[in-house]
Ligand binder design. Structure first.
Ligand code: FEO
Length: 369
């Protein structure tokens, strides 16, 4: 699919995938790869391994018996590099361009694959005839190897995982999506993948602010043309950890309903205080949904009844996941019902403290109220 003069999307759509290292993707995703047909032909990023032949077929449809001479590898994670061995077997003379960490990690992932590699750093560029590709390393957005690439002549930023969304449907451009869908899916994505790296995201936004960007081609989801400004503005707010002081998210599981009643009671209390409240029962909603909801919430309240001297497994999984994603400057509270030993709220409080939250006194209820 042509997206600009001599620039093609050769992506793979994966509508059925439902998990992305712990992140539930209810409408699947895409693995976006781009082909630029200049005097030299350049592939930007690969796709996931099962889609390697499809990528090769799409390239062949566009360039026939021509050769891919350059491959820009913005990121090593296998959803973007998995097709490397197959593509390199078809174009063994292609030069791969990426960061020093990219080279190291590609050799570790594909020890049996011989490929040519040129290490690039900030400010380096590649000329392919008419077009110039300027490299912008973005370490820890979200791996050490991560990089974005700017193509000046068409004013395109190939942003890799930054500014992406897990949308596994047929839409190609932001204008093809319904209202609100783009930023909602970008919010899921940021909360579940990029959240720990706000400082690094700010550096990236600063680095690319010098470019005239008319199109953003991320490695997941739709291409941005009309929504560039709102997306960048929203990314600034997430990277700066901007929080709604009047938003509370209450996340819980329940055995026989008492902890659920506690959650509802808390919800009413915080609504009375003027807060917007989101109640999330982890037996009904996945923990990655909870992450998206708490991205900008000041209050994060977590409830579990005590089960076998501990908390419910859904709550434990959520807390492990949230702690790793490092939300900052929050106020937390633990709550839960119990019958005899009652350890769960204390265990939850300890984890909220370990998250560096300000933690309010926990609430416990014996049997019922
Ligand atoms: Fe989309 Fe970090 O891989």
């Amino acid at each position: 699919m042509k997206i600009a003069e001599n620039v093609y999307s050769v992506r793979a759509v994966d509508p059925d995938i439902r998990t992305f290292h712990g992140y539930q993707t209810p409408i699947g995703t895409t693995y976006n790869s781009y082909l630029v047909t200049d005097k030299q032909i350049t592939l930007i990023d690969f796709v996931k391994a099962p889609f390697a032949q499809g990528l090769a077929d799409k390239i062949r449809t566009i360039i026939g018996d021509g050769n891919v001479e350059n491959i820009i590898c913005n990121h090593v994670e296998p959803d973007h590099s998995g097709a490397l061995p197959h593509i390199v077997s078809l174009y063994p003379e292609a030069m791969i361009y990426g960061t020093a960490n990219c080279e190291k990690e590609l050799h570790a992932y594909y020890p049996d694959c011989n490929f040519k590699f040129t290490v690039v750093k900030a400010g380096d560029s590649l000329n392919t005839g008419v077009y110039d590709f300027q490299f912008v390393p973005m370490p820890m957005v979200h791996w050490p190897d991560s990089m974005s690439t700017y193509m000046a002549q068409e004013k395109i930023l190939f942003s890799n995982d930054a500014l992406g969304q897990h949308i596994g449907t047929g839409e190609l451009f932001d204008s093809d999506l319904g209202d609100g869908q783009l930023l909602a899916r970008a919010q899921d994505y940021y909360a579940n993948i990029v959240l720990p790296f706000g400082i690094q995201v700010s550096k990236l936004l600063s680095a690319v602010s010098v470019f005239d960007i008319r199109t953003i081609c991320p490695s997941h989801g739709v291409i941005l043309r009309e929504m560039i400004a709102p997306m960048i503005e929203t990314y600034h707010s997430w990277a700066n950890n901007e929080i709604d002081e009047k938003k509370a998210v209450i996340i819980f599981d329940t055995m026989w309903g008492t902890t659920k009643k506690m959650a509802q009671r808390l919800a009413e209390e915080y609504r009375q205080k003027g807060c917007a409240v989101e109640l999330i029962n982890l037996s009904e909603k996945h923990h990655s949904y909870a992450m998206a909801e708490l991205l900008d919430a000041k209050y994060i309240m977590v409830g579990s009844p005590t089960l076998n001297n501990g908390m419910m497994p859904t709550v434990s999984a959520f807390l492990t996941y949230m702690k790793g994603l490092k939300p900052k400057n929050r106020t937390g509270m633990a709550f839960g019902s119990y019958g005899w030993s009652g350890e769960a709220p204390k265990q939850i409080s300890d984890i909220l403290i370990a998250c560096d939250f300000e933690v309010l006194p926990m609430q416990r209820v014996l049997w019922n109220f």
